[in-house]
Write a protein that binds this ligand. Structure first.
Ligand SMILES: [Zn+2]
Length: 141
C-alpha cells in the first residue's frame, strides 16, 4: 500500500495534483487517487507482481527506480456512479486533463503505456535518486 495523502507529495507536484483534481471535477470526470508516495519495499512488492507473484505486470520499475519513491508521481482510477473504483473510463479525457495542468501523462509513453499515471515534468528516477537516495521522506506533522 502506498500513501494516498496529498501531503506526502513534494509541494511542486502536490499543487498540480490539486489542479488536476479540480479540473477533473469541473469536467465531471470522477477520478480517485489510488497510489501516491511509495516506499522502496512497496515498489519491490509491486514489481514482483506478474513475475514471481501472481497477477499481471504493472510496473517496469524496481524499488528506488520509480518516480513514486520521490513524491513526484500519482496513479488514478475512475469512480462509477456508485462510487466504486474502475479502470474502465475516458482515459483520453483524463490524459488531456493531466497535460492541461502541465504534468506528464504515462499514457503518452511509448515503451510502457501507463494511463493511470501522472508525474511532474522534467524528472527521471535517476535525477531524483541523486537528490534523495533513500527516497522522499515527507516532513512530519
Ligand atoms: Zn504510477
Amino acid at each position: 500500500m502506498s500513501s494516498r495523502d496529498l501531503k506526502d507529495f513534494q509541494v511542486a507536484f502536490r499543487v498540480k495534483v490539486e489542479d488536476l483534481l479540480k479540473a477533473c471535477k469541473s469536467a465531471k470526470l470522477r477520478v480517485k487517487l489510488t497510489d501516491g508516495l511509495r516506499s522502496f519495499a512497496e515498489q519491490d512488492e509491486l514489481y514482483a507482481q506478474g513475475r514471481t507473484k501472481p497477477g499481471k505486470v504493472v510496473t517496469m520499475a524496481k524499488g528506488g527506480q520509480s518516480i513514486h519513491q520521490f513524491g513526484l508521481a500519482a496513479d488514478f482510477c475512475f469512480l462509477t456512479s456508485k462510487g466504486e473504483a474502475t479502470w474502465d473510463g475516458d482515459w483520453r479525457l483524463f490524459g488531456k486533463m493531466v497535460r492541461g495542468v502541465g504534468l506528464e501523462w504515462g499514457g503518452d509513453w511509448k515503451k510502457f503505456v501507463d494511463r493511470p499515471h501522472a508525474q511532474l515534468r522534467g524528472w527521471t528516477w535517476q535525477k531524483a535518486a541523486k537528490l534523495w537516495p533513500e527516497g522522499w521522506k515527507p516532513p512530519c506533522g
